[in-house]
Design a protein around this ligand. Structure first.
Ligand SMILES: Nc1ncnc2c1ncn2[C@@H]1O[C@H](COP(=O)(O)OP(=O)(O)OP(=O)(O)O)[C@@H](O)[C@H]1O
Ligand SMILES: O=c1ccn([C@@H]2O[C@H](COP(=O)(O)O)[C@@H](O)[C@H]2O)c(=O)[nH]1
Length: 237
């Protein structure tokens, strides 16, 4: 079998991936499957930072549409990502691999605060590092967080695990004629306004020459396949 193509990566898991067959919250069986995939990947010797979205619980924009100030809604979204990280951390540890949640918002009774050195140290020890609470700032997303942490932690790529099998010419959930790309540049993704990730994330990735691999997390073993250079995915970079 081919060796993993990267030594250190950031996996971006969409919050929605945790809902499994539902459309809100956390389905435990799905969390266990995702944890098993992450542990299998870590056992290949790949150092893993994991950023989890919060869209299965709260998105700041949606909360603010109900009259809550946007920064408050965004804080709720960031707290949602902490819950997702904690449930995933517990499942990864049960599956036999050490994991640490580091949060960009201080919550000493819950988990350690994120700082670059601490994250690097944990990655070097082979622990799966769960990067919680996004960037710690409102008006950002966890996609941007994944690219930011990737650049800070010297990852070789961001693996965006989502509910579509790559980047398309238009949103494939809305346009049945959308065509999938095998490969495209950050610049093309920005110029064509392809919304599989937000523009800030693509711009930061372009600036830091960070490849982003977009693939579906629905199949068991999807992360490992991508790391072995197999499976259906789009490479942006
Ligand atoms: N050009 C495109 N190619 C592929 N997917 C696209 C495109 N434009 C929009 N999308 C949509 O982008 C979505 C990917 O976003 P994703 O679910 O990963 O969101 P997220 O904000 O990262 O996570 P969360 O679930 O936590 O909100 C897909 O569901 C897909 O329908
Ligand atoms: O740096 C960040 C990251 C996230 N948020 C808020 O959290 C939610 C959930 O993240 P998704 O990327 O949408 O899954 C997001 O909608 C923001 O409200 C943030 O404020 N800052």
């Amino acid at each position: 079998m081919s060796d993993p193509i990267y030594r250190r990566v950031i996996v971006k898991l969409s919050g929605e991936a945790l809902t499994g067959s539902g459309d809100f919250g956390i389905e435990q069986a799905t969390v266990e499957r995702l944890a098993a995939d992450l542990v299998a990947t870590a056992r290949l010797g790949v150092e893993l930072g994991v950023v989890v979205g919060g869209g299965n619980i709260f998105r700041g924009v949606e909360v603010s549409e109900r009259g809550v100030p946007r920064p408050v809604g965004d804080t709720m979204g960031m707290l949602a990502t902490v819950m997702n990280c904690l449930v995933l951390e517990a499942a990864i540890e049960r599956a036999g691999c050490e994991a640490r949640t580091l949060s960009a918002l201080a919550m000493p009774a819950v988990c350690e605060m994120y700082n670059r050195k601490r994250a690097m140290k944990n990655l070097g020890k082979g622990r799966v590092v769960l990067l919680a609470a996004g960037t710690g700032n409102p008006f950002f997303t966890t996609d941007t967080t994944a690219v930011l942490r990737g650049a800070e932690l010297e990852a070789q790529a961001v693996l965006k695990a989502t509910n579509v099998d790559g980047v398309y010419t238009a949103d494939p959930k809305k346009d049945p004629n959308a065509k999938r790309y095998e490969r495209l540049s950050h610049q093309e993704a920005l110029a064509k306004d392809l919304r599989v990730m937000d523009g800030a994330a693509f711009a930061l990735a372009r600036e830091n020459r960070m490849p982003i691999i977009v693939f579906s997390i629905d199949e068991k073993g999807a992360i490992e396949s991508v790391l072995r250079g197999k499976g259906r995915a789009t490479v942006v970079g």
